[in-house]
Write a protein that binds this ligand. Structure first.
Ligand SMILES: N[C@@H](CCC[C@H](N)C(=O)O)C(=O)O
Length: 268
């Protein structure tokens, strides 16, 4: 049996999207890992399936490149919303479920196969503080650390060690190194759990980094430009004064369909 797919990227975070409304695709972890393999497969940071859902426009499931299922993926969900748009699903405001809850996305602009997509994220209610680091959940767990020089940060070496530090972070964690550029502007590099490498962008990571920058250093700033290796994302939110409760969190950035094709399980 052949399965059609489309490949999307959001600031260089790339994904294989499968329309699974017919329920013909079974997301087996080994198959997902083979599809994402950049040498022996299609190549991607993750896979998302789109299914029917009662009460919302559709449902998203997200799988990391190693085949593990993740609760949320910020850039993936932005690409997912554009995929839904290309399939003619939902209206101007798309409502879909993911493992971390209900999300709303808006396509703010379209150009060719791409566009600018704004995604509503789940609220943040708790930020853990350690010695020189912060930890929070923006849909998936994120560690945040500020650095003076992002170019020389050991994102892979230290990122991998922190990601596997299950004594501190029992579910593992994504790891973000952040440089403050000025009020409302930061640069971020992320080691991603489930990809087990640095990616060109991480939407939930950019969101975590912006929130921690507000929390730790810039309490008056509620909107951030986040430079990532694959482009620029923007994050805005509301904060309940002097608390660690963040709501109305929105992640905006580019997304684009770059390829479409089909595969058969016999190919793998
Ligand atoms: N690339 C993502 C994050 C994907 C989830 C993550 N790797 C995990 O399972 O922890 C994003 O854009 O948010």
């Amino acid at each position: 049996m052949r399965t059609e797919f489309a490949k999307y990227e959001g600031a260089g975070n790339d994904f294989i999207l499968i329309d699974n409304r017919g329920e013909g695709f079974t997301p087996d972890p080994r198959l997902i890992a083979r599809l994402c393999d950049r040498h022996f497969g299609i190549g991607a940071d993750g896979v998302m399936t789109l299914s029917r859902s009662a009460g919302t426009d559709c449902a998203m499931r997200y799988f990391n490149a190693d085949g593990s299922e993740g609760e949320m993926c910020g850039n993936g969900a932005r690409c997912f919303a554009l995929f839904a748009e290309h399939l003619g699903i939902g209206g101007e405001r798309k409502r879909f479920t993911a493992a971390d809850g209900l999300h709303t996305a808006r396509i703010l602009r379209t150009e060719g196969t791409g566009g600018l997509v704004e995604l509503g994220m789940t609220e943040v209610a708790e930020i853990r503080r350690g010695d020189g680091w912060w930890f929070l959940n923006t849909g998936v767990p994120h560690y945040v650390e500020f650095v003076r020089d992002l170019d020389t940060a050991d994102v892979c070496g230290r990122g991998r060690a922190i990601r596997r530090d299950t004594a501190r972070f029992p579910q593992g964690t994504n790891v973000n190194f952040v440089r403050i550029l000025r009020d409302g502007a930061i640069a971020v590099r992320t080691y991603e759990r489930g990809v087990e490498a640095e990616t060109l962008a991480c939407g939930t990571g950019a969101t975590a980094a912006a929130i921690v920058t507000n929390f730790a250093c810039q309490p008056a700033v509620l909107r951030y430009d986040v430079a990532v290796p694959g482009g620029t994302l923007s994050v805005r939110f509301s904060r309940e004064a002097a608390t660690e409760h963040y709501s109305d969190i929105r992640l905006t950035g580019p997304a684009r369909r770059v390829f479409a094709g089909e595969f058969g399980t016999e190919d793998f």
